[in-house]
Design a protein around this ligand. Structure first.
Ligand SMILES: Cc1ncc(COP(=O)(O)O)c(C=O)c1O
Length: 442
């Protein structure tokens, strides 16, 4: 039978789903057909509490009226404008609004359509920056073990999640990795930043000594590693990275795709940890996840270095058909309005202690070997079932879905990152349901 003989609308075979166990999923599909504020509605009419803000992106909650309306209006007014050598007002307005909430000195923004594209853009800016400054020998990019920077070639090259890298050949050359900071034996069940591991940053000095600073363009890290299972930076770690990069003229890039737009209780992790990078990579919460969009923030120093040569010449040969797409800009502007009106960029700071208490109350559940948190992020690490890694957490995910709760799992770690509009009673419900699941010795 040909694959094309069954193409009824409810035939699930044609869509090869991303980061999904396709065969398992299609044997028992989970479909969302609606969403409002803290909840999804499933195809069989159940309400599911969103414990993950979709995929760490729906920071203002679902189907927020201002955002929906802005997209609707924009679609009828200006649907698309070419992004090269032309513009439209909202692209400029949005960039100004973004630099208003960014750390001081981050005065310029390049648009992309995803976190992965933001990463590629930042890596290219870094290489080109050194070249326009006459330092073309700085071609190396340094990432970190267990880092996640999306799925494009630059991102998986500097990234450090083995399963995302191993199938794809030689990747980018000239890349090295710092060690990750996870030290479970020393930091188990820490609330906030771990005490131990700040000194791991000095491994960057070793890498600089190995390759020589004159060959290194940039270091890229997630301030809090998300997709690898929530690794919170140990005390002093990010500060030390900053010192080493400054000392050697290396650009420091923060990948804030998850930490950006209020996740920790400040607009960006750079402000929360009071460490200023040279570039910030963002996406997700920029448009509340509603329309694909990313933004890369750069300092004036980086931007200005490119503004030389004949004025009719393009200064940086890079961009996307949809960079600053009008609908995305309208969605982002309405998202920023919503964040501002509801104080969402700092709300995580108000709730984080209640959140941490509820999260850490699960410490006594069977098979829980670590719990970690910062802002409105939490992780529960489970003892893997012998010989069946990932199965225990995936079982928790399936049981949670059946109980009306959306969680995310990576390996045997449950990661939580709810919309920032979450109320205390939702937090109680979320951890109450998780306790019921974990207590049953899955
Ligand atoms: C830190 C980080 N960088 C980059 C990305 C990639 O973003 P996208 O999936 O939008 O390409 C993600 C996605 O989860 C992320 O967490």
């Amino acid at each position: 039978m040909s694959d094309r003989t069954h193409t009824a609308p409810n035939d699930l075979r044609a869509f090869w789903m991303p980061f999904t166990a396709n065969r398992q999923y299609k044997s028992a599909p989970r479909l969302f057909v609606g969403a409002k504020d803290m909840h999804y509605t499933t195809h069989d009419g159940r309400q599911v509490l969103d414990g993950t803000a979709g995929l760490w992106c729906v920071n203002a909650g679902h189907c927020r009226p201002k955002i929906t309306e802005a997209i609707r209006e924009q679609a009828g007014e200006l649907d698309y404008a070419p992004a090269f050598q032309l513009g439209h007002p909202k692209a400029f307005e949005l960039a100004n609004r973004l630099i208003d909430i960014a750390p001081d000195g981050m005065n310029h923004v390049l648009y992309t359509n995803s976190g992965s594209e933001s990463v590629e853009t930042a890596l290219k800016v870094a290489l080109a920056y050194h070249r326009v400054k006459g330092n073309g020998s700085r071609f190396r990019l340094i990432g970190r073990e267990r880092g996640y920077h999306g799925v494009n070639f630059g991102g998986i090259s500097v990234g450090g999640i083995v399963s995302n890298r191993k199938m794809f050949g030689t990747l980018l050359t000239g890349v090295d990795h710092m060690p990750h900071t996870h030290q479970p034996d020393k930091n188990r069940f820490t609330r906030g930043e771990p005490e131990h591991g700040g000194d791991i940053a000095s491994e960057l000095e070793r890498i600089v000594t190995l390759h020589d600073a004159s060959t290194i363009a940039a270091v890229i890290v997630e301030p809090v590693s998300g997709s690898t299972g929530v690794l919170i930076p140990p005390k002093g770690y990010l500060q030390k990275l900053r010192e080493i990069c400054t000392k050697h003229g290396i650009l420091l890039i923060f990948d804030e795709v998850i930490t950006g737009f209020g996740r920790l209780g400040a607009p960006f992790a750079a402000q929360y940890y009071d460490v200023k990078p040279d570039m910030m990579v963002t996406a997700k919460g920029l448009t509340n996840g509603v329309i694909p969009m990313g933004a890369v923030f750069v300092t004036s120093e980086i931007h200005d270095a490119f503004m030389q040569g004949p004025e009719h010449m393009i200064e940086f040969m890079h961009g996307y058909t949809y960079s600053g797409n009008p609908m995305a800009c309208a969605a982002a502007l309405a998202t920023l309005d919503t964040y501002k009106e509801e104080g969402l960029l700092t709300r995580a700071a108000e709730l984080s202690s209640y959140w941490a208490d509820a999260l850490h109350s699960l410490r006594d559940c069977p098979n829980v070997i670590d719990i970690r948190n910062t802002g409105l992020i939490g992780a529960i690490e489970l003892e893997p079932i012998a010989g069946e890694p990932t199965k225990r957490a995936f079982t928790a995910f399936l049981k949670a879905y059946d109980k009306g709760l959306l969680i995310r799992t990576t390996g045997d770690i449950i990661a939580l990152s709810p919309p920032l509009i979450i109320e205390k009673h939702h937090i109680d419900e979320l951890f109450g349901k998780l306790r019921e699941i974990l207590q049953n010795n899955i």
